[in-house]
Design a protein around this ligand. Structure first.
Ligand code: TRP
Length: 364
């Protein structure tokens, strides 16, 4: 079977290194691997609006930020179709039909939605659009017959729910839809990168993100003030790795060759960790190393972004073309869905013929 990628992000801010570790880096590798016949990357503005009802302008402003972040990381419009969710009206139609296949109780059990409802204090008044966004996400994925969805692990419940919808649809109607699989980041640290303050999630409101577009100075300042081990007061004290953000970031981003370049006293990360745990290794030295690792990673991304920023109309053009291409694919799936659901009255010559016969017979 053809392998197809679809994934996306809500445009509520610039993308940060958590997005990069959790999914973006993987997408670029997959795009470049040549193993996938198509790659679709969606800017999920309609989904962003489900919990940003008061802030349409924020969503509008961040479309271009996300597109620039995508392309500076190496997503290439020649190989990946980048598009804007709201421009594909077929996704709304699919969502509407999939709603018949999902119960309210099932949506209430979705752990990611549960968690988000709590975080946003929606308990008393959940917008219906927000509550049902997992169904719309199933439409996003299935419209493109995606087999593979590279995402962070908070998105697993969405993929699971999508698989259930696909299964139900294919059983009730006809085998039109494809069950997708999630593709997670390779290691634990990358799956869920904490904020620079050690808090579980990076978020703009907590001010604990390193953005892909941050300047070298901003990155350095953020790395130098990172949360480490609060009990590690003296250099000679034994340090702890558990919950130590600097080491979590190293787990996510450091490669063996970085030691040769920036910290030749150590052969690899395990040696560095062992020394830290023994005592005698100061936080400052580890942070300086991490800063070098982050700068090496982010410098080319930043440079490419600066280049891309010189021609903003070209970026919108790429998104427009991508949206047109995506729309064609989604329209084809929608047409198959409607015929499976027996609501394709005017494209079905057989229907009209058989009805004429039925009435003709009755009339005799
Ligand atoms: N829910 C995703 C997020 O918050 C964004 C998204 C929307 C998505 N539709 C998708 C991701 C389809 C993967 C596939 O980041």
């Amino acid at each position: 079977m053809e392998k197809i990628i679809l994934t996306g992000d809500r445009p509520t801010g610039r993308l940060h290194v958590g997005h990069y570790a959790g999914s973006l880096r993987r997408r670029v590798e997959l795009q470049d691997s040549g193993e996938y016949s198509r790659t679709f990357i969606m800017i999920a503005d309609a989904q962003a609006l489900t919990d940003n009802i008061e802030e349409p302008e924020k969503v509008r402003q961040n479309i271009i930020e996300v597109a620039l972040d995508y392309m500076s990381c190496g997503l290439d419009p020649a190989r990946s179709t980048m598009f804007i969710q709201s421009q594909i009206s077929e996704l709304c139609e699919l969502t509407f039909y999939y709603m018949d296949l999902v119960t309210v109780a099932r949506l209430q059990r979705n752990p990611t939605v549960k968690n988000e409802i709590q975080m946003r204090n929606f308990e008393a008044s959940i917008p219906v659009g927000f509550f049902t966004y997992p169904i719309s996400q199933a439409a996003d994925i299935t419209a493109f017959k995606a087999t593979t969805v590279p995402v962070g692990d908070d998105q697993l419940p969405m993929i699971e729910q999508t698989r259930e919808i696909v299964h139900k649809f294919n059983t009730v109607y006809a085998p039109v839809l494809v069950e997708p699989s999630a593709l997670l980041a390779a290691n634990e640290a990358s799956k869920r990168l904490p904020g620079t303050d050690g808090k579980a999630k990076m978020s703009k409101s907590l001010g604990n993100c390193i953005y892909l577009a941050d300047s070298a100075d901003e990155v350095r300042a953020k790395v130098m003030s990172m949360f480490t081990d609060p009990q590690h007061l003296l250099v000679s004290d034994p340090g702890h790795l558990e919950g130590n953000t600097v080491f979590t970031y190293l787990d996510a981003f450091c490669k063996p060759e970085h030691f040769g370049r920036y910290l030749p006293d150590y052969g690899d990360l395990d040696e560095l960790k062992a020394h830290y745990q023994r005592g005698g290794l100061g936080d400052m030295k580890v942070k300086k190393f991490l800063n070098n690792v982050m700068q090496e990673l982010l410098e080319p991304i930043r440079t490419r972004r600066k280049e891309l920023e010189k021609d903003i109309p070209a970026i919108y053009e790429i998104l427009k073309k991508g949206s047109e291409e995506a729309r064609e694919v989604a329209a084809e799936t929608l047409s198959q869905v409607k015929s499976a659901m027996r609501i394709n009255y005017f494209e079905d010559a057989d229907l009209i013929r058989s009805q004429s016969e039925r009435f003709g017979r009755n009339a005799q």
